[in-house]
Structures are given as C-alpha cells and as structure tokens.
Design a protein around this ligand. Sequence first.
Ligand SMILES: [Fe+2]
Length: 253
Amino acid sequence: MIDLHIHILPGIDDGAQSWDDAVEMAQIAVDSGVRVIAATSHSNLPASIHTEEAERYFGQLERFRRLLDQEKIPLTVVCGMEIFAEGNFLERLKREKLLTLNHTRYALMEFALHEAASEIYRVLAEVKKEGFYPVLAHPERYLCVQKVPAHVYEWYQMGTVIQINKGSVLGRFGRKVQRTAESLLRHRLAAVAASDAHSPVIRTPDMEELQRILSQEYGEGCARLLLSENPRRILENKKVLWDRPIPYDYFAG
Ligand SMILES: [Fe+2]
C-alpha cells in the first residue's frame, strides 16, 4: 500500500511530536502493509505561528530518511504537504515554497470544515487553471458535503481527485462523517484512501482495518485502486483511474 496523507515529520505541525513518534509511526505503517508514504505536513494554516517553507521541511525529511535507514525500516518517504487553501497559497505553490506530492502536478489540499461549497469549487477551479491537479483531502468531513454530497460529484467532474480518510470510514469522526464517507464510496467518488495519521496512538498509520473494510464492503478491486494503484499513479504524475462514478441524481443518498 501507499499512504498519501500522513503527518509524520516532527517539529512541523500537530502530527508526530518527536523522532521516536515518527519512527514508531513508520513501523506501524510497514507492519500493516504500507511501503511508501508521502509525508504531508500541514502548511499555510491561518493560525500557524511559523512559516512552513520548503527548505526547513526538506531538512526534516532528510533526517527522517536517515533515521529509517539506521533503524532498518523498509519505508520509502516522498515529499508533500497538506496545503490549506487560504491567502496566497497558489503563488507560494508556484514558487515551490509549498510542495506538491513527490514534485508532481498533484497538490493535496484542505479547506476549513465549514467552508462554503461554492468557494471550494472556485478555488479548485483556480488551482486547475494554473496547471495543478488538486487532491481534495477528506471532503466527507466538510459540513457542506455532509448536507449535499452531490457537491463532490461536481468537483470530481472538474478534475479533482477525491481522498477519503481512514478514520472517517472507521467512524472515528462520528456517524455523520462515516455515513458521508460511505455515500462517496457507494458513488465510487473516492479515488484515494489515506490514513491522515497524526500519532502512533490515536489517528495511527495502521491501514490494515481500512483495507479489510474496503475489500469486504466494496470489493478487492476498490481496495487495490484506492490504496495502491491510484496513489502510485499520483506519485508517478499519471492520471488516476475511476470506476465509473455514479451521479447523485441516480439514487438517493
Ligand atoms: Fe491531514
């Protein structure tokens, strides 16, 4: 498996709190069958007290890679950020102060959970216009999507890659988020599933249970597509594959 969304580098965001945490998270990921991760630290958060410039990020990334080597943990770590869509993020992305996933044209993006659907649409369109492919992090957690999941079909149609969270499918963010994630899965609107892990204890990088649920409920092909095939395509800057997404008009929920 490949995990495209994980907060594993310490000293940057609210993810791993120490190098010990980071190594433990890496071991958990590997033990559950993950071989490659994108270390997607939060960036461009409005409340942030530090600037997450790429230079500092790469210093931590290099140190982590050396540590994994020493500990003999077989995990490949590529670069990335979870970019909060606010302010001049697009300018900073173009200047490579903010990072895409593995230097591809795919940018992992997040919005405020209460953001209006029309504003999300407008920003996604702007990102596309600049030649990037937005990978939208956990839309099932957004209030507008919980009310009207059909928004996600529109965003898919305009070329957005939809990434759902492990914790959402497992019910860790409540029943509403879980139901919304299930709805997106039934409509085949999720192209990628990722851990969005923040620690080795809660919100962990263990992907085994998610893989089992996706296989059982939606088929092995779905699990493979969301956990391996599409993440690999993204890291290779190739087009993602979709399994004929179903518009919301076709059936309710
Ligand atoms: Fe995240």
